[in-house]
Design a protein around this ligand. Structure first.
Ligand SMILES: C[S@@+](CC[C@H](N)C(=O)[O-])C[C@H]1O[C@@H](n2cnc3c(N)ncnc32)[C@H](O)[C@@H]1O
Length: 254
């Protein structure tokens, strides 16, 4: 293997080792990357979509989250679950200079592109990436100030387990914002163009059914502070997706 080849594999190795160490430290089940299912080709396809058709989606979503949760001047740790190439992680990082963001994905082949792009956006010192299955997050309890996830929940075999993991990892007072699609601030003409370009790949699912199932999961998990958001629900022309916000209560000393 060439020197260049070795260098490219280093982030992958770091990703894998960090994940194993973190998981081992917390006594979580150790899982290993499934290189048969989560391939370089799958990572490349997602990267390409994120770089082209979906590219307007991430800055708008980051803008919305930073404003809504007042993240711009706060310090903290944020985790993106199933962040893929990390487009959202990086857009969030650019807007939150005091936050450290961790992009996580079950597909380790996103790591090289993620770190390369972080360098070009001047975020490299404030972001990381690790291998993580949403069902077994390699973080200790009460770790993250913010957990975000876009477009990954439809792929989770057991959403209830993964949402319980996210809740476990949230700090008291922390917020999670999980879902799929677009933020309400994405202009309608842009959203329409993204959906048109997706052609036969446009996600088809029952939004009302999804909202009902997430509500049920929140009740089953005993998560009291939650909200299900259907952006631009008044217009039917373009599906803006659906989001779930929940928080872990702050602990107050009397
Ligand atoms: C449609 S892509 C979305 C990527 C990114 N969040 C975005 O919006 O650009 C779905 C991502 O979820 C990841 N994924 C699928 N199953 C997962 C799991 N069990 N745990 C963590 N990530 C998972 C995939 O590898 C893929 O990168």
């Amino acid at each position: 293997m060439t020197m260049h080849g070795n260098l490219l594999r280093l982030p992958m190795l770091a990703v894998f080792l960090c994940a194993r160490l973190a998981a081992a430290a917390d006594g979580l089940p150790l899982t290993a990357p499934d290189y048969e299912q989560f391939t370089p080709a799958a990572a490349a396809r997602m990267s390409e979509a994120a770089r082209t058709n979906l590219s307007p989606v991430y800055p708008a979503l980051a803008e919305y989250l930073v404003e809504r949760f007042q993240l711009a001047h706060r310090a903290g740790v944020g985790v993106d679950v199933g962040g893929g190439p990390g487009s959202l992680t990086l857009e969030l990082s650019r807007r939150t200079p005091r936050f450290y963001w961790i992009n996580t994905d079950i597909n380790t082949f996103h790591a090289t592109a993620f770190f390369a792009r972080a360098l070009t956006l001047d975020c490299a010192g404030r972001v990381g990436m690790i291998f993580a299955d949403a069902h077994h997050l390699p973080f200790r309890n009460d770790y993250a100030d913010f957990v975000v996830s876009r477009g990954s929940i439809p792929f989770w075999a057991e959403p209830k387990t993964a949402l319980a993991e996210i809740y476990r990892v949230l700090k008291p007072g922390g917020q999670a914002f999980i879902g799929r699609g677009f933020s309400p601030n994405l202009p309608l003409d842009v959203a329409r163009r993204v959906r048109e370009n997706q052609g036969s790949g446009v996600p088809r699912y029952d939004v009302a059914e999804t909202m009902k199932s997430w509500q049920r999961l929140m009740l089953e998990l005993g998560i009291k502070d939650f909200e299900i958001i259907h952006p631009r629900e008044d217009q039917r022309e373009v599906n803006y997706g659906v989001w779930l916000r929940f928080s872990k209560p702050s602990t107050h000393s009397p």
